[in-house]
Ligand binder design. Structure first.
Ligand SMILES: Cc1cc2nc3c(=O)[nH]c(=O)nc-3n(C[C@H](O)[C@H](O)[C@H](O)COP(=O)(O)OP(=O)(O)OC[C@H]3O[C@@H](n4cnc5c(N)ncnc54)[C@H](O)[C@@H]3O)c2cc1C
Length: 297
């Protein structure tokens, strides 16, 4: 019955043959039983209620750029937000649906002479995923630019102002809350000349190309940074650059990244993570903490 309803309501936006390897930047992970691309907030709410009714597990995915998915896939529903991506402007306020790409947000804001998130231009995620993760770079983070978040808490749609939402380094209320889906994020940007915004964008693209042009599938930094040192620095100093297990390798360009250089599996990556963690602990007595999210069965 669950499947019949999905077929009828979502037609070709309901798929049964998607693999996590197709929808994550790591290009890893097995088959997904039910996959739906949503276009409206009310479709997300409908799906979550339906999952509850039929006791089906579900997970939300945006850009899939911070995810290590299971080789076994997922026996529930994956809700993709990528088509739920409208961005609206009014004066210096910007309201973005959670599936909007950060790059689209930065570019569209630029065209309205609005500045703020240029540092995020190369982060390959969506607004929703970036708020969940409190994504950041070059000393900035999402929470500095958020004015409010509209989300579905499993029962009703709620709206919280920035000051009432817990955020810390690569962590947020939304990451820890179960069953919460971000629908829309309201940002506060500031007016700037388009030329200046464009310059900022080019500066940040340039900086990233210099240090993080890993050129292979990845999920970005695997571990969180520590107060005084990055995980990449410790991994580098421990001599682990280029270490391989199966198809997974510590990037030779940026030691904080694990890259999928040859059909890596989830297990390859987990073994490599374990090896790195133990090596860094034995050498520096530091426990590395994972930044990426693991999903699937
Ligand atoms: C090459 C590369 C570079 C990167 N550089 C950076 C960087 O500089 N800084 C940084 O912080 N990160 C970086 N990342 C990691 C990643 O891009 C960010 O964390 C990004 O914000 C994740 O967004 P996403 O849409 O891809 O989220 P996903 O990976 O799809 O999801 C991440 C988590 O958020 C949840 N989620 C997604 N959308 C919603 C929603 N609407 N409601 C509720 N939960 C949701 C998912 O269930 C999952 O738990 C990089 C990744 C790559 C591959």
């Amino acid at each position: 019955m669950f499947e019949k309803i999905l077929k009828k309501k979502f037609k070709n936006r309901f798929l049964k043959d998607k693999f996590f390897s197709e929808i994550t930047t790591f290009r890893i992970g097995g088959k997904i039983k039910f996959f739906v691309e949503v276009k409206k907030a009310k479709e997300i709410i409908f799906l979550i209620k339906l999952c509850k009714k039929y006791k089906i597990k579900y997970v939300i995915i945006g850009g899939g750029s911070n995810i290590l998915a299971s080789d076994e896939g997922f026996s529930g529903l994956v809700i993709s937000t990528l088509k739920f991506c409208k961005i609206k402007f009014s004066r210096d306020k910007v309201s973005a649906q959670s599936g909007a790409r950060l790059s689209a947000l930065v570019t569209q804001a630029k065209n309205k002479n609005l500045s703020g998130l240029e540092w995020a231009i190369s982060i390959p995620g969506t607004v929703g995923g970036a708020v969940v993760m409190n994504a950041g770079a070059f000393g900035e983070q999402m929470s500095n630019f958020i004015e409010g978040v509209v989300f579905f808490d499993g029962k009703k749609v709620r709206r919280l102002k920035r000051q009432d939402i817990f955020f810390e380094y690569r962590n947020s209320f939304f990451k820890n809350a179960k069953n919460v889906v971000i629908l829309t994020v309201i940002f506060g940007f500031f007016h700037e000349k388009i030329e200046k915004i464009q310059k900022n964008i080019e500066k940040y693209i340039g900086l990233r190309l210099k240090t993080q042009n890993v050129g292979l599938a990845s999920a970005g930094s695997i571990f969180k940074r520590m107060p005084n040192v990055t995980a990449a620095e410790l991994i580098d100093k421990a001599g682990l650059k280029g270490t391989k297990i199966g198809g997974a390798m510590v990037s030779t360009v940026h030691s904080g990244y694990i890259v999928n250089f040859d059909n890596a599996t989830n297990k390859d990556v987990l073994k490599l993570i374990d090896f790195i963690s133990k090596s860094v602990y034995n050498k520096y007595n530091v426990n590395l903490e994972l930044e990426i999210i693991q999903i699937g069965d």
